[in-house]
Design a protein around this ligand. Sequence first.
Ligand SMILES: O=P(O)(O)O[C@H]1O[C@H](CO)[C@@H](O)[C@H]1O
Ligand SMILES: O=c1cc[nH]c(=O)[nH]1
Length: 235
Amino acid sequence: MSLHIKAKQGDIADRILLPGDPLRAKYIAETFLEDAHCYNQIRNILGYTGTYKGKRISVQGTGMGIPSISIYVNELIRDYGVEKLIRVGTCGAMRADIQLRDVLIAQGATTDSSIIRNIFGPSINFAPIADFDLLRRAYEKAQAAGVSVRVGNLISVDRFYDEEIDNKKLTDYGIMAVEMETAALYVLAAQYHVQALGIFTVSDHLLTGAACTAEERQTSFNDMIRVALDTAVEA
Ligand SMILES: O=P(O)(O)O[C@H]1O[C@H](CO)[C@@H](O)[C@H]1O
Ligand SMILES: O=c1cc[nH]c(=O)[nH]1
């Protein structure tokens, strides 16, 4: 067991889906996995292992924000040997050409978090990027399933409620959407030489104010989940 995950060695598969919302983890396990068992209930940040298309896979909530996901990703990699990590998140669309429930893949994760300068110092602005093999597979899986996906740059912010952020400038430079964890996932994957990817469903729109309900955030978004599972088990 690690500090925040109550699992024995071998309880967690080498590949894992990472929703922020622990109830999305429960939904994924109960809806998509066979023989799923819950290995973690500490802080109600639920984690499950089961099989999908005959292959062992886990799904683990990570909570909200970079400090929270960093705890789980560190422990999953260092204490449980997880090697392929796919975040299945929600995000807020920032551009008029992106709609509610669209599926996005984060090729890069720009961030205002201090995680980059805390690691690299003031002169290096490290670029957190997706693992190319997972990204390519996810794109191909989506194409094969007829799921339309957009691939590009997202921003992982430290503040959900942020009066100062310049969304216009970010979208002028191609940022598609906002979420709160992927930059840390990509930086930690680089640090530990493992593979990581972030796939998202647009849950709300910053320009129009359109939004999915909290229940939808827990229990829908099946296109994204299938693309992530199909990618994870074949990678
Ligand atoms: O739905 P999840 O995966 O938690 O992702 C998004 O939702 C939360 C904010 O509501 C943040 O964690 C953000 O990254
Ligand atoms: O972090 C997030 C997630 C969804 N929508 C937002 O506006 N921000």
